[in-house]
Design a binder for this molecule. Structure first.
Ligand SMILES: *Cc1c(COP(=O)(O)O)cnc(C)c1O
Length: 413
């Protein structure tokens, strides 16, 4: 990065400082990961210089010989990896990908049905704070207050009552697998488009560690940077009969030119996700999450739904007498990076809620296993019980960074 150092030492120094930070801290944010050096290389290329409005073979700008090649590879790999009839790899990120689904299938004021934000849904599933909640009539299903699980009878009841245009399945904080056959049945009963947002668990699907929604759903969106381990971006997978509507919604409906360098990075990440090692990563991500969940439960942490069968955990800290934000800050000071989160039946405000969310994709990409999960649980408990003791938190931070020194970070030399 000599050119960057010469042109802009301030940014260069922040990049170097971030590299060091990512090396010495334990990243437990469920939506984050580390891309490979190959993905980073593909993103920092001259494909940054090209405009390609349109789709391969049908562009509005000349000079697409190489851009078409990149986008075609990304599309073919996405279709093969997930068994999809059609793929659009142009959405700038998960939120615009989701907005494209509304644009393709609904009119402002139409009803959509998705998971409640404070029960693990996403803002773009019709939250009042989001355009999707302001422009559409969003109704929400919730988790069962006793089991912490989705209640498919209740989803069916609401679907038949509200007759939504879109039935949305998917989440940002639900620690269990989804029953896509049930969602399909409900969508058919109420005449809805089944829209699955697999942003969080797409990497597990690719690696065979989570059921694949693609055969069941009309349309599936995903980010490419979470468990899938690619650059920041998104894709839409759908049945051939919806291909035109989806492509038109992305461009020209919502976006201009695609980010070709990102598309190149997505293509590389998809190739990596087709390798045997990726299956192993997906399997270990779930295994690590289960180990960490068991260790945390042993230490008195209360996990929503009682555990996990994917890559993430949601913890209600009410019984630990500490708020989600206080715990997240204490853990950050101890070198454990995660986020505070609302929990089902939340009684506090979203800016300082009762819970924390954590996940194992990043630490698994880094090579952590069962021993490290046990240490993390121990440190989390210590950080919670000593949240006001900066000396103690600093002592834990020394231990977490010593552990980190033993594990390389993918993509960072
Ligand atoms: C992360 C996420 C998104 C949004 O992705 P961005 O790239 O942050 O816009 C959408 N849906 C779900 C379920 C997510 O978890």
């Amino acid at each position: 990065m000599n050119a960057l150092l010469k042109t802009d030492p301030e940014i260069f120094n922040l990049v170097k400082s971030e590299e060091a930070y990512q090396k010495r801290t334990i990243r437990l944010i469920a939506s984050e990961n580390y891309t490979s050096k190959a993905v980073l290389d593909a993103c920092g290329t001259v494909f940054q210089n090209k405009y390609s409005e349109g789709y391969p073979g049908a562009r509005y700008y000349q000079g697409q010989v190489n851009c078409d090649g990149v986008e075609r590879l990304a599309i073919e790999r996405a279709k093969a990896l997930f068994g999809a009839e059609h793929a659009n790899v142009q959405p700038y990120s998960g939120s615009p990908a989701n907005l494209a689904i509304y644009l393709a299938f609904a009119k402002p004021g139409d009803t959509v049905l998705g998971l409640n934000l404070s029960h693990g849904g996403h803002l773009t599933h019709g939250s009042k704070a989001s355009a999707t909640g302001k422009w559409f009539n969003a109704v929400h299903y919730s988790l069962d207050p006793v089991t912490g699980l989705l209640n498919y009878d209740e989803i069916r009841r609401m679907a038949l009552e509200h007759k939504p245009k879109l039935l949305i399945a998917g989440h940002s904080a639900y620690p269990r697998q989804l029953d896509f056959a049930k969602f399909r049945e409900i969508a058919d009963e109420c005449g809805a488009i089944l829209f699955v947002d697999m942003a969080h668990f797409a990497g597990l699907v690719a690696g065979g560690a989570h059921p694949n929604p693609v055969p069941f759903a009309d349309v599936v969106t995903t980010t490419t940077h979470k468990t899938l381990r690619g650059p920041r971006g998104a894709m839409i997978l759908c049945k051939e009969k919806h291909a035109k509507a989806i492509d038109k919604a992305v461009f020209p409906g919502l976006q201009g030119g695609p980010h070709n360098a990102t598309t190149a990075g997505i293509a590389v990440a998809l190739k990596e996700a087709m390798q045997p090692e990726f299956k192993e990563y997906a399997r270990k991500t779930v295994e690590n999450a289960k180990t960490l969940a068991a260790e945390l439960t042993k230490r008195g942490f209360s996990l929503v739904s009682g555990g996990t069968d994917n890559h993430l955990m949601l913890i209600d800290l009410t019984n630990k007498n500490i708020s989600g934000k206080e715990a997240a800050v204490a853990m950050e000071n101890a070198g454990l990076i995660l986020n505070y989160n609302t929990v089902p039946g939340e009684t506090r405000k979203a800016s300082d809620p009762s819970g924390i969310r954590l996940g194992t994709p990043s630490v698994t990409s880094r090579g952590f296993g069962a021993d490290e999960m046990r240490k993390i649980a121990e440190w989390m408990e210590l950080a919670c019980s000593h949240s006001q003791d900066n000396g103690k938190l600093e002592a834990i931070a020394k231990e977490t960074s010593a552990l980190c020194e033993r594990f390389a970070v993918p993509g960072i030399e």
